[in-house]
Design a protein around this ligand. Structure first.
Ligand code: DAH
Length: 344
């Protein structure tokens, strides 16, 4: 019996020695230390031995299983460390690589432009309009009628304006100018507001045009407001928006709600006025429409044009953003491609 136990010990220790990984070691462990192992069976058989042999054999089996167990534990630990090191080696992290977890949100470029422009006009004494005076779903009355835009005017054509199925008088506003009349109907002069927002037009979408775009409307009505005030305010706005003085020109134009009307050009940002593809060789870029509020508009909102006068302007946010950052396709603003948006 004793010999058999020592034999088991010998083969067990040599098999532990030969084990080459955690799996093969586990097999040895099962073979020699599990309930069904020979050693365990010997332990169970102790009771059948003559009483005087029992303590000696009992102690020997215990000692041998402990020895095997401790050797297996030692080896097991070695294998763990080995495998861990292998794994660490394989999963080596290069901490000098740029991280791809830069998930910080960015402000959309159009929002950025609107914020900048509103801030400039606030500096010049204008206040942001209340939302309720600038609805996107509008009636023909505020989008056209009160703005001195008669029924036959081409701007009212269905090709330009989205008419709603709710009724022929309901439109998606085609311009932020609706907010001018809503503001004047709700407050008496002096009125000095800025009104940014979405507008809609039924256009075929291209690199230059989208059905939905953004405008910023401005309005100043008080006693004695003149065209020089308009020029002063807009020139200062252009200087602040583009970051330095830029030559401008006020070109004669027509809008139903202003008289006289003008379009403002700024010297081309790309070629400094020399002429290039961006400015179609003219050296100038048109950036907004403006004029003195037509007396008919003032009358339609119960303001006496004999006492008050005012100026108004409207500019396209996409166009101003495209000029500032040299963006050549308006659709980029609406695709929500993070590769584009992350640049701002
Ligand atoms: N509403 C005009 C447009 O959408 C822009 C505009 C021109 C607004 C002159 C004005 C203005 O307030 O005075 O084309």
């Amino acid at each position: 019996m004793e010999n058999r136990i020592l034999e088991i010990k010998k083969t067990a220790l040599s098999e532990v020695d030969k084990a080459f990984d955690l799996k093969s070691l586990e097999e040895v462990k099962n073979k020699y230390l599990s309930r069904a192992s020979e050693l365990n069976n010997l332990k169970k058989g102790l009771k059948d031995l003559p009483p005087e042999q029992r303590p000696k054999i009992g102690a020997l089996t215990n000692e041998v299983s402990k020895e095997i167990e401790s050797l297996i534990n030692k080896k097991e630990e070695e294998f763990y460390t080995l495998e861990l090191n292998k794994k660490l080696e394989k999963e080596k992290i290069d901490i000098t690589l740029p991280s791809n977890f830069d998930k910080t949100g960015k402000v959309h470029p159009l929002t950025k432009t609107v914020n900048e422009i509103v801030e400039i006009f606030e500096l010049l004494g204008f206040s942001l309009i209340k939302n309720e005076y600038a609805p996107e779903v509008e009636t023909v009355k505020y989008n056209f009628d009160l703005l001195n835009t008669p029924k036959e005017h081409p701007a009212r054509d269905v090709q330009d304006t989205f008419y709603s199925k709710l009724g022929e008088n309901v439109v998606l506003r085609s311009q932020t100018s609706n907010s001018q009349v809503r503001q004047m109907l709700n407050s008496k002069p002096p009125v000095k507001i800025i009104s940014p927002g979405r507008v809609y037009r039924s256009e075929s979408v291209s690199a230059r045009k989208n059905n939905l775009f953004h405008q910023i409307e401005g309005l100043y009505v008080d006693k004695g407001v003149t065209f020089s005030d308009l020029k002063g305010v807009l020139n200062e706005f252009i200087r602040l928006y583009f970051g330095s003085y830029r030559p401008t020109r006020f070109r004669n134009s027509f809008f139903p709600f202003t008289e006289p009307s003008a379009e403002v050009d700024v010297q081309c940002i790309m070629c400094e006025g020399k002429g290039c593809p961006t400015c179609s060789g003219t050296g100038w870029l048109e950036i907004l429409g403006c004029g003195m509020v037509d007396p008919n508009v003032l009358k339609s909102v119960d303001i006496d044009p004999e006492i008050y006068s005012g100026f108004a302007f409207g500019m396209g946010v996409e166009r101003l953003t495209m000029l500032k950052y040299a963006i050549d396709d308006i659709r980029l603003f609406f695709n929500n491609d993070v590769r584009f948006l992350n640049q701002f």
